[in-house]
Design a protein around this ligand. Structure first.
Ligand SMILES: *Cc1c(COP(=O)(O)O)cnc(C)c1O
Length: 228
């Protein structure tokens, strides 16, 4: 299948999921995850007007970013070591993996030097799997409260990853949990402004994520395949 065909298949699936859950397609954004893709494929993704690009490691993203930066909006979706924050801040428009104070410190420091504000998602480990990154849901309110002191961070929403499961219905509780957590944080008025965005859903489970309220889905394999 060509990239154009894959794109229209994904868009069709997004539309179906929106219909099932009475949502507007304009409320759901797609990030094309190019972490498996070559420079050529990433160019082709942009040529096909998929302008939100997701990468999870700076080493892999570097050459693509250097050549294509101004053509898209860049999302850092992978685990970020604090000492690597300086590579990413100022280049990526969104960081989806903020899950600890040491990382907030590192992002803040670099953003202050550059005099910019960085859009961040707080990553939450809703499923509670030991191997997963993210802050525990019970600690999320306190963590978010601490983030208010960081002048150069703009917290736009929450992010999670569901367990890899053949049966995507098992992801539903995780996605619903993230939505409920967002609503609780807003009810408690933790932030100066209510947060809106939910970054959740990947190639295998993005329809369920949309049904549960995703505003950003992150899709790699189904759009660009894998080409190590
Ligand atoms: C790789 C990755 C994706 C995309 O995964 P696919 O299953 O290939 O769609 C989404 N989110 C994160 C955080 C990832 O690391």
């Amino acid at each position: 299948m060509s990239i154009a065909d894959k794109k229209s298949e994904v868009e069709q699936m997004m539309i179906e999921a929106c219909k099932r859950s009475n949502r507007q397609i304009d409320d759901v954004n797609m990030i094309a995850v190019t972490k498996y893709a070559s420079l050529e494929t990433t160019k082709s993704v942009l040529d096909h007007h998929m302008l939100h690009i997701g990468e999870s490691r700076w080493q892999d993203a570097k050459s693509k970013w250097e050549q294509l930066a101004d053509r898209g909006t860049w999302h850092f979706i992978g685990h970020l070591q604090s000492n690597k924050a300086k590579d990413v801040v100022g280049k990526f428009d969104y960081i989806h993996s903020l899950d600890r104070i040491s990382l907030a410190d590192a992002i803040e420091k670099r953003a202050a030097q550059l005099d910019i504000t960085v859009n961040c998602f707080v990553q939450v480990n809703v499923s509670g799997e030991a191997a997963k990154q993210g802050i525990a849901p019970e600690q999320c309110a306190e963590f978010c409260q601490s983030l208010l002191a960081y002048r150069h961070l703009n917290i736009c929403g929450l992010m999670t990853m569901a367990p890899l499961d053949e049966n995507t219905e098992n992801s539903r509780d995780v996605f619903r949990g993230l939505r409920q957590l967002r609503d609780e944080l807003n009810q408690k008025a933790i932030f100066n402004q209510p947060i809106h965005h939910l970054s959740m859903g990947m190639s295998n489970d993005f329809q369920v994520a949309i049904e549960e309220g995703a505003t950003w889905v992150r899709i790699g394999t189904r759009l660009v395949g894998k080409e190590e």
